[in-house]
Design a protein around this ligand. Sequence first.
Ligand SMILES: [Fe+2]
Length: 424
Amino acid sequence: MICVFAALLGAAMFGPYIQNVTDTGGLVVWEGEDLSPVVRAVVAPNGEFALKADTVRVGDDDRVRVRLAVRGVEPGSHVRGHLLDTDSTIVPLSSFSFTTPDPDAAVRFLYFGDSGSCSGTQRTLSRLINKLDADFAAHAGDVIYPSGERKRYDECFLAMYRPMLSRTPFFPVIGNHDIRTSDAAPYLEIFDLPIVKGIPENHRERYYSFRWGPIFWLALDSNDALEMRDTQCSDGREVSDKNRYETVKNISLELREESHQYRWLVKELASAPAECWIVINLHAPPLSTTYHESYCGLYKALQAASLEAGRKIDIVISGHEHDYQRSWPIRMDVPGDQNDPASKKGRGESWPMEFDAAEGTFFIVSGGGGGRKMFRPSPDEGVAWIARGEKKNHVMQFFVDDRSILLQSIDSREVLLDQVRIVR
Ligand SMILES: [Fe+2]
């Protein structure tokens, strides 16, 4: 067990929250306006730790930000710790825990997105999110509305999800709202994400990968999708004006061939462990029936990368649309077929409907985390690929092992909106 003593002088503390967990360690972060640097810490015999305290500017105030790096533990280790006031070591101010990934263990993860409005609906859904236990959580981006402001992380993210964040490693992608303050500087300060070697310095933490048990996870930055909207959808439809997106100034993050991000994606897909499921997380949806419509350029980029790498993608999950949409299995290896699902049958009369993984890729939009404006998918109005759609705030949970993925979409009242099992 790791035990950390911090001096806290009575003011609000934000965190602790868990970042960048690997099979040998992780990072625990917390900050406060009157938090003095940590004074003492004790670590378990099979691990090491390092503490670092920095001063950061939040709004008009300086704040101490503490990062506890845990290293050298075994895969599958359960790490726990308590933050204690130096004046009173009886009741911890806060506690944290996480379990490092075990390559042979089944995994449960949470997913939600487009949450950071501080709305009543975000708060209502957060009560469910804070109740759910998982090995890790991932987010579709738009962590903070309207513009990814640093100060709004306090109330609309760190306090909102405090119970979940203190025990669940959190892996987001950057949404179009998150980049509006200084090209996502607050997002990049709050989050410590896996570092990809050999990419331009200003691409760091904007796209990354990790393995967690049977999952190989790829997080992409779709914020230069505007650069790709000149491509027509494969049904010949012109991309509409609503399908606009924002660019990150001075940072070329498009997924065109020969871009850094695209070349990295192909390399990662080609070298991903054969036994892993491939999950891709990005903010803008390659397929969508609602307000922004499909980002066909992104669909084509993922399709090209999958074909070039010779590796099937199992799940593509995104947000940006404030709703829930789930496709039938899509055969990405057949050019231009996203409107022609491979199978609309599945097996089983009731939930969970079961599919063979070989039938195709599932595209999911899960952007119902609490954004103020909701959109209504219409699965029965002639778009062939969509199997289920809901205008509901929701969180998803996935249960993944070597043989199967069970995915569930759950609304704020804990009603199941969708449930699918993918087997291999
Ligand atoms: Fe968005």
